[in-house]
Structure formats: structure tokens, C-alpha cells
Design a protein around this ligand. Sequence first.
Ligand code: AMP
Length: 507
Amino acid sequence: MTSANLFDLIRAGALDFDKPAIETSDGLSMSYRALFDRAGQAANALLALGVVPGDRVAVQVDKSPDVVVLYLACWRAGAVLLPLNTAYTLAELEYFLSDATPRVTICRPSAFDATRDLGRRLGLASVESLGVHRDGSFATLLARAPADFEPVPRAGSDLAAILYTSGTTGRSKGAMLTHANLASNATALAETWRFTASDVLIHALPVFHTHGLFVATNVALFSNATLIFQANFDADAIVAALSGATVLMGVPTFYVRLLAHAGITQASTAHMRLFVSGSAPLLPETHEAWRARTGHAILERYGMTETNMITSNPFEGERRPGTVGFPLPDVELRITDPETGAALEQGATGMIEVRGPSVFQGYWRMPDKTREDFRADGYFITGDLGKIDRSGYVHIVGRAKDLIISGGFNVYPVEVEAEIDAMDGVVESAVIGLPHRDFGEGVTAVVARSAGADLSEKDVLAALKSRLARYKQPKRVIIVDQLPRNAMGKVQKASLRDELRALYSGE
Ligand code: AMP
């Protein structure tokens, strides 16, 4: 049996080991050979920490090329990668670690003491640290380890990663992704977007989320291309990199912010062959403005953690603003009646359901949730509402799931509401997304205070600081005496959204 291990596939496809795999703005250039060697050292270090195939390895570290080293090391050692958002607070981390019970947890050096204490409390085997300058206890273990490591053979159905997505019912769910899920998507995207070894991808996305982690990184590594790693979004840094690059992948917020930069011109983008947007809706006006300024039509695609990417506008052919294009090869996509699951005719709006090789295996230790989200014939119910137009383009019309996407990050209102509702002086709260030019949607809390309570916007914001990752914290808190309800007693979020529509119009 040939191994379906992602590491083996990436290494087998790297025809030139000497070309740079990852470069950074501070001058580091790591060849494919160096990347594989270092991943071998890291795999040996994981082995020394007791990792056996199937073990989870939790990673909550700042972005650097060593994150890719670590990912490859996990796959090489047959372990399951568990990347965690660096913005998660200790309170949030506690849930993920107790749910996933990783054999090894690797955190930032600055968070080492707190994470080790948490690990001890939860009975976790080992906690190590890794910094962006090859510092931290894991870097020391790695430096002492040999580079040779025979990759553990994996079947396509073996788990490669668990990515937590916030839950609509409060608790985050771990989406279980296999080696075959990730490999099939990387291959499909590389083909669809015509990736070759000559590509140089500007990578300014986080590496704990499916977009930066799998879409951008895997597509480049599967193509023997080069990644320019930037620590975070910085318009100046992107503009500076354009002349030596060929592709940029970003969330809509990137494009909105780049349009405000005078360095984005036809001339400065002349070396680029492709701009991709995803993770949140790209406004047609942003698409048009980008085309008018640079001559490039941004290619919008659609997907999610659970399914990997499922549709893309065409590389050749019309990239239609306001649509997410066509299903990728081998992806079956249908629109159904959200209540009954019956397939609807072309043009009708309904639930987007998908089936295909990139669709995940279910939620970690949540068989009931998994059953709820799949149809009997294997289609996954995405929670997104859409339609397929006469030319076959898929449009996303809205979301059946109560989800806010702010700056490309997902925020589930229920999680924020639960934190606010637990505060003294609060009766209840409703968290909604309001139009925001920069972030797409701005997280906004409407809070009903108890009679006579002395509660201010500042109090609520201050209390949330240590409880929720920054991107989940409301930009504004509106204090009211009571929330609007319909005849059934349900809080009317739609009317709050209408009423407060212009809250961020000045920003
Ligand atoms: P995530 O799992 O964080 O990638 O979030 C997935 C969700 O982001 C999807 O279910 C959609 O609601 C949304 N999304 C992703 N790409 C797009 C897009 N191009 N247009 C509109 N919504 C999108």
C-alpha cells in the first residue's frame, strides 16, 4: 500500500529540494530540503515526548516558518495536528485541551508557565514552548534531534488534523479532517488555480485557520512553490512583496484595506497573476474597485473548516462578482429545502449541502452533532443559504446559522451572549453583526440590564477582556431596558439589526 500521509505526498511532489519553501521579510529563506530536515528533527522530538500515531498535538504559537515545520512533523509522526488560535484566552484553552486531550501541547514561550499549570491541572502529559526565533523548550529538543525519520504510513482515512469551529450551541466542535480530505483539496485547488513551482505566494493569513493553514500553505507546498510568510496583515509589507510574488490569498478585509493604500496600482501588481478572496463575502464593489485600480479580477472561492474549499470562480472564464463560482472537481453541491431536505430546482434559494472527498469525518467525540449535520445520503448541511444561477454559478445569499464573520474570523453569538449573561446586572443579551466597512461585520452586543442595575458599555467590555479572544469582543455594547421579542417570545435579532444598521457607518 502506498502511504497517503500528507508529508509523503508533499515530499514526493517536491521535484526541486533546493528551492525556497518559505521566506520571511527578516531575511530567512528555508529550502524544501531544510524544511523536510527540520520536520524530521521535530518528528523525532515529538517521538521523544511519547507521541504515538493517532495522538493529538496541540499548537498555540505565533506565526513563523517553524509552524509549518511542526505541522509536517505531526503528519510525519502519524500524529493529529490541533492548531489553536493564538487569541484564545486561558479560559478558552481549557476547554480545547480537556476535550482533545493532546499528548503534547506546544505554546508560546510567554504563555509557558500558565499553559503548563493548566496542563498539570488537566492531567496532560507534556507542555512545551516554541517562539518565532527558534526559541523555547521545543526548539531546544528539536535542535538536539537527528533529521532522519521514517514517515509513519497513513491511510487516507486516518486523521490528520482537528480544527475547532465555534459551536452554534455554545461549545466548540472539533472538525476531524483526514489525510485524504486535505490532500484531495490541495490537489483540486492547485489544478483549478493553475499553481506551478514558479509561484510565489504572499502569505499574510493566520496559520491556525483553514484558509492560511490548509488552502494557502498546502496548495503552495503541493506545488513546490514558495511562500512569503508575513506575521500578520500589514498593507506596506504586502505592497513591498508584490513585485517578487505571483499570488495573494486574503479575506475581503485585506482587499478593502489594500485599496486604501496608494501603493496598489496597475504597475505594482503587474508581476502578480492571481488574487484570491474567501472566508467571508467579498462585496461586488470591492471586486470592481480592485479591477478598476489594478486590472485584476479577484477570484472568490467558498468553503469552510468542515468541508475544505467547495466552490471557486473559474481561473479562465468570467469571475462573477457576488458569486463564489462553481463546485470544485468531485464536489457535489445541491440546494435543498432547509426544513425537509428535499432538493430544490435550479435558481431557488435554500440550504447549501455538499458531498465529496474533502468533506470531514464528523465532530470529535460528538456523534449526535455529527448525525444532525449530515443527511442519510452523506451530504453535509453547511448552514449557508444559497442558490445556483442559470449559468451554474453558486451565490451565497445568507446564513441559516447564527454566525458573524468579522475581519474573516467567525464569531458565534451564543458564546459571547453566554459570557455577558453571566455578569451581574444583566438580564439577557443579543449579539449581532452589523455592516462594517473594514471588518465586513462588526460584533455588537445589545444588553438588557436588570432594573436599577448600574451597568455601562465600559463595564461589559472590561469584563469580557480576559474571557474572550479579542476578535470576539464586541466593538460596541448598547445597554437597553429590554430586548424586542416576537409573539413567540423569541428575541428579534432582525429588528435589532435594522434599527442599528448605521452604527458603524462613520468608521
Ligand atoms: P470557516 O469555517 O471559518 O472557514 O467559516 C466558514 C464560513 O465562512 C462558511 O460557512 C460561510 O458562511 C463563510 N464563507 C466562506 N467563504 C465565503 C465566501 N466566499 N462568501 C461568503 N461566505 C463565505
